[in-house]
Design a protein around this ligand. Sequence first.
Ligand code: B12
Ligand code: SF4
Ligand code: SF4
Length: 283
Amino acid sequence: MKTTSERIKDKIMEAGVDLVGIASAEELILAYPPRPAVALMPSAKSVIVMAVAHSLGAVYSPDIMLWTRNKMQTSRLLDETAEKISRQLEHEGFLSLPISADKPVEIHKNDPKTGKKFRQTRTVGFLSLKHAAVSCGMGEIGKNNLLLTPQFGPHQRLCAIITQAPLTPDPRKEFHLCCNCRKCVNACPSGALKSDRYDVDPCFVYWSFGFKRLPPVKIREWPGYIRMIRQHTKKRDFLIESGQTYITDVDNCIECMRVCPVGETWKNIRPEEIPLQKSGGTE
Ligand code: B12
Ligand code: SF4
Ligand code: SF4
C-alpha cells in the first residue's frame, strides 16, 4: 500500500487524535535555541504534528493535581499513536522518530553562547512542538506563548513524528486568533508573561515549585527568599510532593492556558467564572 499523507492522517485520526498536520522537515520554523528536525535525523523529509484536546473539565478543575493526571493521559494517547504510526512507517521503509509529548528535555545550566551560568537552569525540547505546529498551518502562537488553534485555543497537547517519508506538507496559514485581551498576562502569578514577552525563568520556578521568587543572586535578595521558603515549608511536604511528582509529573500552573478565551469548540461549555486553581503556589 502506498504511503500517502491522506492515509497516514486517517490512521492518526482513527486513533483518537483531534488535529494532524504535516510540515516539511527542511522548512520548519526555528525558534531560539534552534532545533531543526534534520539535526535529529539528517535524512528527514517530513514532520507529522498531532494534537489532542485536553479535557476541559480537567483544565477548569479546582486543584491542579486533577489536571496533571489528565495531562498524563493525553500525553499517553499521543505517545502511543506516535509509536504505532512510526513503527508502521518503518515497516513501509521510512526511518521514523517519535518526539514525545512529555520529557525528555535538554538541560542547560550554562548559556551555550557565552558559557556563563544561567541564574536559573533552562530546559529545551529536542524539537519545538509549537513551532512545528505553526509550520504546518495548525495555529498561531498567542500572547500566552502557547499554540492557539481555531478549534481548541491553547487547550491541546502536542506530539510529533520526524520521518523520511516524503509526505505532502500542509501550507502555513495566517490566523488572527489572539484578541490581545491580556487575560493571560493578568492571570500569570509569577510575572513571567509581560505585555511584550515571556520570561522563561520565573515561569519555570513557579511551574516547578510554586515559588514566586527566583533563587537569590544578591545578598539583599536572601531574606525575602528565605521567608518565602519558610512559608511554603509550613504548609507543604516537599518529600511527599516530589514522590507524587515522579509518579504523575505534577505541575503547579496552567493559568495562562485556563483563562484564554480562544477555541470555537469550547464556546458552549467554558465556565464564565474562572477562579484560580489550587496549586503548591496558591497563597
Ligand atoms: C521545556 C518546556 C517547558 C519549560 C520551559 C518553557 C519554555 N518556554 O522554554 C516550562 C516548564 C517552564 C514550561 C511551561 C509551560 N509549558 Co511547556 N514545554 C516545554 C517543552 C518540553 C519544550 C519547550 C521548548 O523547547 N520550546 C522551544 C522554544 C524555542 O520556544 P519558546 O518556549 O517560545 O522559547 C523559550 C526558550 O527559548 C527559552 N530560552 C531563552 N533563551 C534560552 C537559552 C537556552 C540555552 C535555553 C535552553 C532556553 C532559552 O525562553 C524562551 C522564551 O523566552 C515543550 C514540548 C516541546 N517539545 O516542544 C512543552 C510545551 C511547550 N509546554 C506546554 C505547556 C502547556 C506548558 C505550560 C502551560 C505548563 C503546563 N502545566 O503544562 C507552561 C506554559 C508556559 C508558557 N506560557 O509558555 C505545551 C504547549 C501546548 C500549546 N498549546 O502550546 C507543550 C508544547 C507541551 C505539549 N506536549 O503539548 N514548559
Ligand atoms: S505557566 Fe503559570 S507562571 Fe508560567 S507563564 Fe503560564 S501563568 Fe505564568
Ligand atoms: S488570553 Fe487573550 S491575550 Fe492571552 S493568548 Fe489568549 S486571547 Fe491572547
